[in-house]
Design a protein around this ligand. Structure first.
Ligand SMILES: [Zn+2]
Length: 464
């Protein structure tokens, strides 16, 4: 006996059709019209869209930052993701300087153990080459463990930033093992000079965080990262691309280098420095994240880049901190405000409402950006598609459901929401993870700790 999702509109990146989806155990076994009901359990989906579960490839759960730890752990973070229609996440393990990649992996696997409620994977952030370049040989071990993407920071000097020589060596190694390099592209050295000058001048309010990190600094680093990648032949993926200038560099590179990919995040599509950070109040600390919010004029070019394929993925960079007792660490100095915002729960709602309802994106494009491309680029061979043999991670989406986003009713462990009070149309109705109904009517009903680590393949960002 299986579960038969009957009469929904099945939406994939390639098209839509009214069809049934048959799930047996953890897998999809059949997709098509008129699958016999026999003794299957029936899930009626006549008014719903049936899509692959969302994949959020950029999250920071239980992550130490700036003297505190991000507010969602693997339990609350993955439950919030699931309630919003996401069925897999890729989080980041961070190498501490002077320590090995293996230690970082062990640390993050311990954080997720018995807590992750959805299937999850990790990118490995390389911050130090180690003695005799040990990190480079460890990259092969990581790929064997199923970690096929490596994060490099061009920002945060003294903490996470690596110089160009180190980045180049990691890229050379990545090219040789078909791994993907994910880049936080901002010129951290220049930005830190501006930041220090602002603080010395007494410009300490939250919105100076945004003004101190220019779009040009992101564009410059985007150009440099892709140029170095191209010199080595490695596949490169720019994370959280936030503005038109950086986009111009990306497109320029993509015209001759097919292994240059990028994502943007929900917040850059709908929030802006004008609306959220006009420099009027301490409340603006809620929107201190990096890269910062940009001027509104950047939003439409980002939407266009999703449509034309320059940007391949929409993620969240979910890195939640509570306003009351965590953001407050930077009350008198924006450099001490923990960088990050909560968003894992609302990605699909926001993208559907402002993307599909507005006519900017087709439902097929929505699936491509949120589900199929993430699986393909990051080597998640069992995820991201509704096809026989794939994991039954299935999202039943109600395109007519109206939902008002509120911190008071959210699952994320923050005391605020970046989209507070917004009413959106389109929401998750039921969510299956490996065949199990884990979200019904907006409520998590699965077991804590049921999530499994996903071993990803090294496929050069889907380009090999
Ligand atoms: Zn991030």
């Amino acid at each position: 006996m299986g579960t038969l999702i009957q009469n929904g509109i099945v939406v994939t990146a390639a098209g839509q059709q009214r069809a049934d989806v048959l799930i047996e155990d953890e897998l999809i076994v059949q997709v098509g019209a008129g699958i016999p009901a026999v003794e299957h359990q029936i899930v009626e989906a006549t008014d719903l869209l049936v899509m692959p579960g969302g994949i959020d490839v950029h999250t920071h759960l239980d992550m130490p930052f700036g003297g505190t730890v991000s507010a969602d752990d693997y339990r609350t973070g993955t439950i919030a993701a699931a309630v919003g229609g996401t069925t897999s996440v890729i989080d980041f393990a961070l190498q501490s300087r002077g320590h090995t990649l293996r230690e970082a992996l062990d640390t993050w696997l311990a954080k997720s153990k018995d807590k992750a409620c959805l299937d999850y994977s990790l990118h490995m952030a390389v911050t130090d080459l180690g003695t005799d370049g040990k990190s480079l040989s460890e990259m092969e071990e990581m790929v064997a463990e199923g970690i096929s993407s490596f994060k490099l920071f061009m920002a945060y000097p003294n903490v996470l930033m690596i110089d160009d020589g180190l980045m180049f060596q990691v890229m050379q190694k990545a090219a040789s093992i078909n791994a993907l390099c994910c880049i936080h592209a901002e010129n951290g050295s220049a930005i830190d000079v501006v930041v220090a000058q602002y603080i010395a001048e007494g410009r300490t309010a939250p919105h100076f965080h945004a003004h101190s990190r220019s779009a040009k600094a992101e564009a410059e680093a985007t150009h440099r990262a892709i140029a170095l990648a191209e010199m080595t032949g490695c596949a490169v993926y720019i994370v959280h691309l936030s503005n038109e200038e950086a986009l111009r560099e990306l497109r320029h590179a993509q015209a001759h280098y097919s292994r240059a990919l990028a994502e943007t995040c929900t917040q850059y599509l709908v929030l802006s420095i004008e609306d959220q950070m006009p420099g009027k109040s301490w409340e603006e600390a809620k929107f201190v994240f990096t890269p910062p919010l940009r001027e509104k004029r950047n939003q439409e070019p980002l939407w266009e880049a999703l449509t034309d394929g320059s940007l391949s993925v929409v993620s969240t960079d979910h890195c939640p901190f509570r306003f009351a007792d965590q953001k407050s660490l930077g009350k008198d100095d924006f450099t001490r405000i923990p960088n990050g915002g909560p968003g894992i729960e609302n990605r699909l709602q926001i993208l559907w409402h402002f993307g599909v309802n507005s006519g900017r994106l087709t439902p097929e494009k929505f699936v491509e950006l949120c589900c199929t491309n993430p699986a393909k680029i990051f080597g998640m061979t069992q995820k991201g598609e509704l096809k026989p043999g794939k994991d039954a991670d299935v999202l039943l989406w109600d395109p007519n459901a109206e939902y008002t986003i509120q911190a008071a009713t959210q699952c994320m462990a923050t005391d605020y929401n970046m989209f507070e009070g917004w009413t959106v149309r389109g929401n998750a109705s039921k969510v299956f993870s490996r065949g199990e109904l884990v979200v019904d009517k907006g409520k998590w009903i699965g077991q804590t700790g049921r999530g499994r680590f996903i071993k990803r393949v090294a496929n050069g960002g889907g380009t090999v």
